[in-house]
Design a protein around this ligand. Structure first.
Ligand SMILES: Cc1cc2nc3c(=O)[nH]c(=O)nc-3n(C[C@H](O)[C@H](O)[C@H](O)COP(=O)(O)OP(=O)(O)OC[C@H]3O[C@@H](n4cnc5c(N)ncnc54)[C@H](O)[C@@H]3O)c2cc1C
Length: 464
């Protein structure tokens, strides 16, 4: 399609970021073309319906506290499809000395929101409990430089909280390398608490007192699975935005804007929105904007492997009385976390089935990424046997491999983000969105996409 017609806007990537970008641009009266390399839209979001089970290939939920998904859902007419997690059964177990131990109630991430409960629980050692009491006396502190999560958590709660709480909680998203990750970028809320209150425990208490209630679901999802969202987005843009199935290989600058090359063809655009992982942006921009490409390439990514085993519930002999378990690094073999899907979202499986989804992340994901399916199933079955005493043969399984899929906000991330923004600001018509910059979750992707029309209209057309 050697198109000489200059398109107003081309979006590269048809995941939730690219689809949301198209949705908001259409709302603003702009006409985008989405180029997606796969035969399907949705990117990491995909729900497979197998034997009555709704099985997620990637994300299974979104954080309720961030409003972007709910407001998009309202615009798409799917508010009624939003479901909460089954919070009556909300309990998380941590593997400690080989056994599953329930995390004390009231934890707000790594902060004991119910301090009395944490002090009474068997989960923490006496020295960690003493540290909680000392933490209450910390004074407000504004750090002048970026700080790793490791250093930040050690300052507040000590080694056990870091290894047995913070790192496992982070592992589902980051693989859990707390020494490399930036506290202000990954846990901005807690860094802000430190700045305002000093003690995170006191901050969480005050916040709770102000909110007066915390009985809402922390995690929300959609009836039918997360793909309900991307399917609705796709339906909303279909017929109004054009789409093209192609893998863009490079982009170059032209007098009028940007030329995108794919499969020996090219297309021109006044405005280019990159809605791909940062390492793809780096590849696309390698010749046109080498310094920008270098900055995108400096955002590291880790990989994930998701293995879901579906059982006949009567053969399981386990109550699945919680949302699942996390495995701290000192206790880990391959599985970093497992979600008891049928408990967290009961509508995902028929009553006589139970699904347990294993996350293998970081170094272990890289190690097992190319293993045969049968090898992965055996690996996960053995871990479920050891951790949960489950020896039943699964009825079936799903395996999803996501290499280089999880951006890591390492120390220096804010500076990298600022450098990217500065370099982009001098490239007329170039824009980006996605989870590599300002929040790794779906709500962050949608929020970033919703900000695009104003950026495009003010920067390029001077229309607003
Ligand atoms: C295992 C896993 C679990 C997660 N769980 C959660 C969760 O529970 N809750 C949550 O909020 N977030 C979760 N996330 C994060 C969430 O999935 C992402 O933030 C979000 O889906 C990113 O969407 P995106 O559109 O930016 O990127 P993607 O979904 O990666 O989409 C990018 C699209 O670009 C296309 N593309 C790439 N290169 C090219 C090219 N050269 N030309 C054309 N097209 C191209 C790809 O095919 C893809 O469709 C999870 C992530 C992973 C990996």
């Amino acid at each position: 399609m050697n198109s000489s017609a200059n398109r107003q806007i081309v979006i590269v990537g048809g995941g939730v970021s690219g689809l949301s970008a198209a949705h908001y641009l259409l709302q603003a009266g702009l006409q985008p073309l989405i180029i997606e390399k796969q035969g399907r839209f949705g990117g990491l979001i995909r729900t497979d319906l197998i034997d009555g089970c709704e099985l997620e290939a990637g994300p299974d939920s979104f954080i309720a506290a961030k409003p972007a998904v709910a407001s998009l859902a309202a615009e798409l007419g799917i508010t009624g499809e939003i479901i909460g997690s089954n919070d009556a059964a909300r309990r998380v177990f941590i593997v400690k000395r080989g056994k599953l131990v329930a995390l004390p109630a009231g934890m707000v991430f790594m902060v004991p929101g119910d301090l009395d409960g944490a002090l009474r629980s068997d989960f923490f050692s006496q020295s960690t409990k003493d540290q909680f009491l000392r933490e209450l006396a910390l004074l407000p502190r504004a750090r002048q430089t970026d700080v790793s999560i490791r250093e930040f958590v050690l300052d507040h709660f000590g080694e056990e909280s870091l290894e047995y709480l913070t790192e496992p909680l982070l592992s589902g998203v980051y693989g859990g390398d707390s020494a490399g990750l930036s506290a202000p970028s990954v846990l901005p809320r807690f860094v802000e608490y430190e700045r305002k209150f000093g003690s995170l425990i006191r901050a969480v208490r005050e916040e709770r007192a102000a909110q007066n209630s915390q009985d809402t679901s922390l995690f929300l999802s959609f009836r039918g699975g997360m793909q309900t969202l991307t399917d609705a987005l796709h339906r909303s843009v279909l017929g109004r935005a054009s789409t093209l199935e192609a893998e863009v290989d490079s982009v170059e600058k032209t007098a009028q804007g940007w030329r995108l090359h794919f499969d020996g063809e090219h297309i021109e655009a006044e405005n280019l929105v990159l809605a791909c992982p940062a390492h793809v942006n780096a590849h696309l921009l390698r010749t046109a904007c080498p310094e920008l490409a270098r900055q995108f390439a400096s955002i590291p990514y880790s990989s994930a492997l998701l293995v879901t085993l579906v059982y006949d519930r009567s053969e399981l002999h386990h109550p699945l009385d919680g949302f699942g378990f996390l495995v701290p690094r000192p206790e880990r073999y391959a599985v970093a976390a497992a979600t008891w899907v049928s408990t967290k979202f009961p509508s995902r499986t028929p009553a006589d089935r139970a699904a347990v989804r294993a996350f293998i992340v970081g170094a272990e994901a890289a190690q097992w990424m190319t293993s045969e399916d049968s090898e992965l199933i055996d690996l996960v079955r053995e871990e479920y046997r050891q951790r949960m005493g489950i020896s039943a043969v699964p009825l079936f399984s799903t395996i999803y491999r996501w290499p280089n899929s999880m951006p890591q906000y390492t120390v220096g991330h804010e500076a990298r983000k600022a450098a990217i923004e500065k370099l982009i600001s001098v490239q007329p018509g170039l824009h980006f969105c996605g989870n590599a910059y300002d929040g790794v979750g779906i709500p962050d992707c949608i929020r970033m996409a919703s900000e695009l029309p104003e950026k495009i209209l003010t920067r390029n057309f001077g229309l607003m």
